[in-house]
Write a protein that binds this ligand. Structure first.
Ligand code: 89V
Length: 344
């Protein structure tokens, strides 16, 4: 008979849960048995939307009442650590939204608690699963452009991100922790680990608490340089939210990921062109379709991890992305270069 489905509950019924749940359900290997949100009405609405039988307003009660293989924590960053610890203490595997926690130390506590209990922990980190970014990595791995000495990674936009996610305007640490977690994870995915970071930030959009512009300069372990720019205040000729644009320069050529998923590879022999578009799901929000598509692949990979196979975005792996995020803030605060090896 077919293998049993893994049972899971969602904690947090905001904007992203409306897409992560259908993302999970694409696999046909999981069953959503409960939704929990401190606002019971929101929990009920989400549960109803996906034909899920039960809703809770208390995590304690959820964990007392349900037999769960894992929880997907899709709540505010300040709640990640306490919620994850509650699940971990009961031996329930945890999938957690990025950033894992509101500091490197809290994220490490989460990872250590999971290790101590023998429960699995994953970050729901989706950018690296975008189809065009997988293709860029494949071209890099083919060694067509040789070793990379210089990279520019851009996430610059003036998309009204606060309309769908109003809580982002209240965050003291905004763009580096929110989208920067993704973009810095993409740096690691393509280039490996960083040695040092220098960062400067600005707060440009009126009425927000945190920074909405960050310019980050990384020196990679490989010796190459990587400039990461991100902004939600950039009024540009072409609005490409939520795309990440990239230029990788290697000793034998370059790879450019331009707007609308166009990839151009230049070598001394000439220039090639291809377009790698995301698969669009009917439940996706059109403004976020590329992200919602990558959610499916992220979660399919995490599902393997939950079944005991290898997965990419484990808590331990993601700790290095978290380290980059908080080392960037430390650099911006101190106006100094921060060495990653000694940052914790
Ligand atoms: O995926 C995210 O982290 C979202 C957005 C792309 C809007 O920043 O919060």
């Amino acid at each position: 008979h077919p293998p049993e489905k893994l049972t899971f509950a969602v904690i947090g019924a905001g904007f992203w849960s409306r897409f992560q749940v259908p993302g999970w359900l694409e696999s046909n290997a999981v069953e959503l048995v409960a939704v929990c949100d401190h606002d019971l009405g929101k929990a009920r609405d989400l549960a109803e939307r996906f034909g899920c039988p039960r809703a809770y307003s208390s995590v304690e009660e959820l964990l007392d009442s349900e037999k769960l293989d894992f929880v997907d924590i899709i709540a505010g960053v300040d709640t990640h650590l306490p919620l994850a610890l509650q699940a971990i203490n009961r031996g329930v595997d945890v999938v957690c939204q990025k950033p894992l926690a509101e500091s490197f130390r809290s994220a490490r506590r989460m990872v250590e608690a999971a290790e101590a209990k023998g429960t699995r922990l994953f970050a729901n980190e989706n950018f690296r699963w975008q189809a065009q970014l997988r293709r860029v990595r494949e071209i890099l791995d083919s060694n067509l452009i040789g070793s990379v000495f210089k990279t520019r990674i851009s996430f610059c936009s003036s998309f009204p991100v606060f309309e769908n996610q109003p809580s982002l305007a209240e965050l003291e640490h905004f763009i580096i922790a929110d989208v920067g977690s993704h973009v810095l994870d993409v740096c690691r995915f393509l280039l490996g680990e960083a040695k040092s970071v220098y960062c400067q930030t600005l707060s440009v959009t009126p009425g927000i608490k945190g920074e909405d512009v960050a310019n980050i300069f990384l020196e990679m372990e490989s010796g190459g340089h990587c400039f990461v720019e991100m902004s939600y205040a950039s009024i540009l000729r072409e609005e490409v939210f939520p795309q990440t644009l990239i230029l990788l320069e290697g000793e034998k050529g370059s790879i450019e990921l331009g707007a609308n998923f166009e990839i151009q590879v230049a070598t001394r022999e000439g220039v090639s062109w291809e377009k790698v578009e995301p698969k669009i799901y009917p439940w996706a929000d059109k403004d976020y379709a590329v992200l919602h598509s990558s959610v499916v692949d992220t979660q399919a990979n995490i599902l393997k991890g939950l079944q005991g196979l290898a997965a990419e975005t484990t808590g331990i792996d993601n700790l290095e992305t978290v380290r980059l995020v908080w080392a960037s803030y430390e650099s911006a605060k101190s106006h100094r270069v921060v060495e990653l090896a000694s940052f914790e």
